[in-house]
Structures are given as C-alpha cells and as structure tokens.
Design a protein around this ligand. Structure first.
Ligand SMILES: Nc1ncnc2c1ncn2[C@@H]1O[C@H](COP(=O)(O)OP(=O)(O)OP(=O)(O)O)[C@@H](O)[C@H]1O
Ligand SMILES: [Mg+2]
Length: 274
C-alpha cells in the first residue's frame, strides 16, 4: 500500500503528484546528467504504475470475492432458510454498491488525472454548490443526530469562480461526507465560507474522531484509510480525499488539513477567483 505522498500541484499533462513526488525531475541535474535522471524517473514511474495496478486489483478482488461467496450461499439456502437468504441478499446488495462506488471513484480519478486542466470551465457560484451538498448530506447527518451548519462571511457576489460545477460538487460532498462519517452521533459539522477579491475559502470542520499526526501526510493518497477495518465497515474506498485534492488543484487551488485525535478535523479548501 505504499505510495508517494506528494501533495503539491500537478502541472497539466504530467504524471500526477500522487504517483511521482513533487520534486520529480525538478531539474537539479546539470547538462549531461539528464539521461540518467530520466532513466531513474522512468523506473520510478513504472514502479508507481505497478503499485497502482496492484492496489486496484486488490481493492476490486475483495468485494468480488464477497459477491461470489454470498451468491453461492444464497443459492444453497434459498429454499431452506428464507430469513437467512434475505440477509445474504442484503449483503449482496451492499457489496455490489461498494463495488459500483469504487469503480465510479476510479473513473473520476482517472479522468481528473488524464485531462489537462479543466475541460468546460464556467462561472460557478461556490455558495450554491455548497447548498446542494449540504441538502444532500443533511439526511445522513440527521440520522446520526449531527448538527450540520453553514456560515458565510464576505460578500455573496464574490463566491463566483471559474470552474467545473460537477467536480466542485463532488469535492465538497466528499469532505462533508467524511466529516459526517467520522463524527460520532451528537457531534457537529460546520461548513464555513469566506470570500475575498482574490479567493474563496471553504472550511469543513467536525467534532469527530480526528486523524493521528503520523497519518496526516498520507490521507490524500489513493486507497489510504487510517483505520482499514472501520473504514470498510462504513463503505470507504480511500479515494475520496484523493479526488478532493485533484479537484482543488485543477482549479488552481489547494486543500489543507488540521486535526486532533478525539477532538476533530478541519479541511480548508482555497480556490482562486480567476
Ligand atoms: N473528517 C475526518 N475525520 C477523521 N478522519 C478522516 C476524515 N476525513 C478523512 N479521514 C480519514 O482519511 C481516510 C481517507 O479519506 P477518504 O475520503 O479518502 O477515504 P474514505 O472516506 O475511507 O473512503 P471514500 O473513498 O468512500 O471517501 C479515511 O479513511 C479516514 O481514515
Ligand atoms: Mg471519504
């Protein structure tokens, strides 16, 4: 599961920071050393690719194996024990959903990584994107008795940025979904927007379980989950934050995280208003 944790920008058309650390090929080599550097780089990129394929295969194999076992068990007991059969069918459904989610996240990521810049940028009102996201996640928050709040500062007219509305919606949905998912019942999730002439900043804070300091540099990596067992339970694939980082950077912005175990986490997204 080891991948480089590069968190910097990915110039359009280059291999994403996640597969190659930021400083890769940064031109430290003098004249005549270029070939050696390229060869080293090539080897590293190939290794990263192999790791990625291995990770994807592993992640796909687990739900695929469960599906097979569940289907077999279902066939066996269908007539004898309808109650148990119902349980297996339910599990079959949730494992299928998990597999579908994983595939769709992988496709999103692949698209984000392969496309150069933004494909169809338009004027997007970050406020309305957040309203949609909050409405979407309110039922999940309510069912855990979590207070989900929204606060805005800065002029409403300064929330317009140039961007891709679908990508931005998916980015904020991932952050708010995580906040709700990793906050115990009765907690709070606060979404705060701040606009200025040059940027829009969105902070998603929660009073949840927090993230240990040693894990913080890795959480934006593909497939990285702090607590694999717990994350599996909640249906996580570990791709959400990877998508978040890509979307922020595609928009010329960035994402940062602050967290204290047992107290909560704040993700801050900075989006330039260009
Ligand atoms: N708000 C948060 N509070 C505590 N831990 C978090 C929070 N957000 C993310 N994490 C940790 O970072 C890991 C990576 O998050 P990410 O969103 O990429 O994956 P995920 O939520 O497990 O799965 P999914 O792909 O479904 O989003 C999570 O597994 C979790 O351990
Ligand atoms: Mg997530």
């Amino acid at each position: 599961m080891d991948r480089a944790s590069g968190r910097g920008k990915t110039p359009p058309g280059e291999i994403p920071a996640q597969t190659v650390p930021n400083d890769a090929g940064s031109g430290e080599a003098g004249v005549g050393e270029t070939d050696a550097v390229s060869l080293g780089e090539l080897k590293r990129v190939n290794r990263m690719r192999r790791d990625f394929v291995a990770n994807v295969s592993h992640e796909l194999k687990t739900p695929a194996t469960s599906l097979k076992l569940l289907a077999e068990s279902l066939v066996e007991i269908l007539d004898e024990d309808p109650e148990q059969a119902r349980f297996f069918a339910q599990r079959l459904k949730s494992e299928t959903e998990r597999l579908a989610q994983l595939t769709s996240d992988l496709l999103d990521l692949a698209r984000l990584e392969s496309e150069e810049g933004l494909q169809n940028p338009g004027e997007v009102d970050v406020r309305s994107v957040l309203m949609v996201v909050l409405a979407r996640l309110r039922p999940a928050a309510r069912s855990k008795n979590i207070t989900l709040s929204w606060r805005r500062s800065g002029s409403a007219s300064l929330y317009a940025i140039r961007g891709d509305e679908t990508q931005l919606t998916s980015m904020f949905a991932n952050l708010v979904e995580n906040a709700v998912k990793y906050t115990p019942p009765g907690g709070r999730v606060d979404v705060e927007g701040e606009s200025s002439d040059h940027e829009v900043v969105v902070r998603v804070s929660d009073t949840g379980i927090g993230i240990a300091e040693e894990s913080l540099p890795r959480i934006f990596e593909r497939f990285y989950r702090v607590d694999k067992a717990r994350s599996k339970e909640t249906g996580g694939t570990g791709l959400g934050l990877s998508i978040v980082r890509h979307v922020a950077e595609k928009h010329g912005g960035s994402v940062a995280v602050e967290s204290k175990v047992g107290q909560g986490t704040t993700f801050s997204v900075h989006l330039p208003r260009v």
